[in-house]
Ligand binder design. Sequence first.
Ligand code: NAP
Length: 267
Amino acid sequence: MAAVIGDPVRHSLSPAIMNAAFAAAGLDCVFVALEVAAGQGVEAVRAMRSLHLMGLSVTTPHKADVAAAVDSVTPGASALGGVNCVWWEGDRLVGDSTDGDGCCDALEADDVPLAGARVAVLGAGPAARSIVAALDRRGVSEIVIVNRTVERAAKAAALAPRSARIGLAEEISQVDLVINATSVGMGVSGGIAVDPRFIRSGQVVLDIVYHPLLTPFLAAASERGARTLDGIGMLVGQAAIAFSHWTRMEAPILVMRAAALAGLPAR
Ligand code: NAP
């Protein structure tokens, strides 16, 4: 058994994605969502040890607590201050932050080259920071971080001193790839984080918000001739990394994406 812990977690797509992957791989495994109250993350890791759970996905508000409770964390997760994935290495629990690598894996699988690319990241929350760090590891040439609160943008830029700097919204017209990693556009309230007039044809625009799948930002970018990608790729990308850590098998990505899309309307 593997599980995702969080609060709230009831609407997570992870059980649909992971159970489809386990079934496709012919594994006798099950994945469940467990609502764990704030402050109980350390207890949940203790339970993982005693119950011998094969793996744990971790979401808000437990990422930092779980990072402190496992036996080791990767350098990347240590810099970010939290983990979203826990697995066993022998009798030790290891934690990593896989959102950024999941995003980069999805981009590369969609034939978006990252090495040498100029990228704008909108936002500086946990998701944006994870993406900035991963983009730097993949060898992008420049990351322009555009965020409402400059202090948070500076913290994000500090994760990738080689390539990242704080920038202005109008600078996004100069890059190859634009990633919305703010929460703007989520749910029915909609909204767009930056003026889409700065988007031009020939660019790739990814919105990591996946509810709705077609955000107002993606719709506007598509109208301006950009190639658009939705947030399901990143969601499946990080789930695929977790699947491989837990099972030591290659993840059935297409099955996982189909399960995520099928699960979306039910949320
Ligand atoms: P978060 O901590 O809430 O980050 C919020 C970010 O959005 C901050 O940079 C914030 O700017 C900005 N923001 C919020 N409201 C804004 C507004 N009205 N105008 C301009 N900027 C605004 O969230 P997160 O955990 O980083 O996640 C961000 C989004 O990504 C969420 O919608 C989440 O669901 C989604 N996500 C998707 C995946 C995936 O797999 N596809 C994975 C993780 C997260 P300030 O710093 O100025 O407040």
